[in-house]
Design a protein around this ligand. Structure first.
Ligand SMILES: [Zn+2]
Ligand SMILES: [Zn+2]
Length: 264
């Protein structure tokens, strides 16, 4: 039985769990069985190839299922081809199974050279745009059924709202934004390619976004630290909404976590 095409954004450590979810966590699931039910058409849109965004792929179970088809979307302007990175990270002796011998079908596609030119995946349209990050990275705007989701991880805010990101996020139902640092931590991390909840809130309000999801958490921050960050972000959003220029706007702020499911 064929599943619907699935759009996958990045392939960090969460890719392992996603692979299990694709297999519907069936009891006794045998990936080699021809009746196994799973999403067998997967479309990978990667922000960039820094290791935290690709390291989960070797543990992504559907890649080992012969009938799976995986599409990877390359950016012609990126400094490194995704294909090269995927092959390198599984090259002997790094991993027992090389990328080239995966039993699934792998197809590399080039994205349109023009940013904001959508490609169709099932009923969805996915458009890429650049974000600010060392060696470059990309965000994605996904539209389907009159709803819009924008993925903007690994974006450094700079000293003014990013007009490209504002264009991408305009009236979006949900914006995923890089909020790795607290505002007081950021000055020691300039040019590391990440941002803060304050810039996420300001971007979301300026673009009239409904829900802001904070992610790309600082690895050394524990759950208590993240809860504090979320509480501060909500307080900051409430203070911003009271400003004259944001009159009439509302913004829900959420914190991304493992296994989170959001409906728009
Ligand atoms: Zn990065
Ligand atoms: Zn990253």
């Amino acid at each position: 039985m064929r599943g619907s095409p699935l759009i996958v954004l990045d392939a960090g450590s969460g890719a392992r769990r996603l692979g299990q979810d694709c297999a519907k966590r069936e009891k006794g699931f045998n990936p080699l069985s021809s009746d196994a039910r799973h999403n067998d058409e997967l479309h990978f849109f990667l922000s960039h190839v820094h290791w935290d965004h690709v390291q989960g792929f070797p543990f992504f179970a559907p890649a080992y299922v012969p009938k799976t088809r995986m599409f990877f979307y390359e950016h012609g302007c990126a400094p490194t081809a995704i294909q090269d990175t995927m092959k390198t990270q599984q090259r002997h002796p790094n991993f027992p199974i090389e990328f080239q011998v995966l039993p699934s079908e792998v197809v590399f596609r080039e994205l349109p050279a023009q940013f904001f030119s959508p490609v169709q995946v099932g009923a969805a349209y996915v458009a890429a745009f650049p974000v600010r990050h060392p060696n470059g990275a990309f965000g994605y705007q996904i539209k389907t059924d009159g709803k819009a989701f924008v993925f903007a991880t690994d974006n450094e805010h700079g000293d003014a709202l990013n007009p490209v990101l504002l264009q991408a996020a305009q009236n979006a139902d949900m914006l995923y934004y890089d909020a790795q640092y607290l505002p007081e931590e950021y000055p020691k991390r300039i040019n590391w390619g990440h941002s803060t909840y304050e810039w996420g809130v300001c971007t979301a309000l300026a673009a009239n976004v409904k829900t802001l999801v904070l992610g790309h958490h600082e690895p050394s921050r524990d759950d208590f630290g993240l809860a504090k960050l979320l509480s501060r972000a909500k307080g900051f959003a409430a203070s911003q909404v009271r400003k004259k220029e944001n009159r009439g706007k509302q913004l829900e702020v959420k914190m991304a976590y493992d296994g989170m499911v959001c409906e728009m």
